[in-house]
Design a binder for this molecule. Sequence first.
Ligand code: URA
Length: 231
Amino acid sequence: MEATHTQYLKAMGIQVWVQRAEETTQITVPDIPESIPSQPINIQPEETPINWDTLQQKVATCTACALHSSRTQTVFGIGNQQADLMLIGEAPGADEDAQGEPFVGRAGKLLTAMLYAIDIKRESVYIANVIKCRPPENRNPNTQEMTCCNAFLKQQIALIDPKLIIAVGRIAAHHLLAIETAIGKIRGQCFKYNNIPLIPIYHPAYLLRRPSEKRHAWKDLQFIRQTLTEL
Ligand code: URA
């Protein structure tokens, strides 16, 4: 196990060192505000609790924003519906749009390796995105698209009821925390989303572009591991 673990860290380009004891900022932030989309939308998904099948069906047939017309399929989310840990990314990319599963491309493979590096198997957590359809040319999702999908995400979180949420990347962190602070300033700190602890991390796609930041990511992963143990 130790050898495999070390191999994963090596694959991530991470040098292992002993973590220093450090203080962590605990900041409470408000719930996501209900914002009104700037353009008209077709259907606003209801926010009352529903079961997995109904929710999945609603996502699969959603035409609330323009992204439905360019998607191959919706990317609902995957994993353990009783997970303690829920990861929330930004939006499906080309690979996810083709396969119907979040984080399966290059960035996804790195995310899976990052989890494994702290002894967490991909199938033991739940992975979803803020939005369920691929934005064309991998552009960032806009406010209207995130607002349209927000009820779906809220219902997924309510159904899973995780002990800890990881916001994967700037877009997810800003959306969930309703703040605009740079990801470099909020990563690896514990916030609250509706009373659930939430830790933002760098997006693995960013780490692929900036491998020198992996040392920060490794520190954040260790903090996640420690936080999970203490919950
Ligand atoms: N990036 C994300 O934020 N989510 C995915 O599912 C894939 C890439």
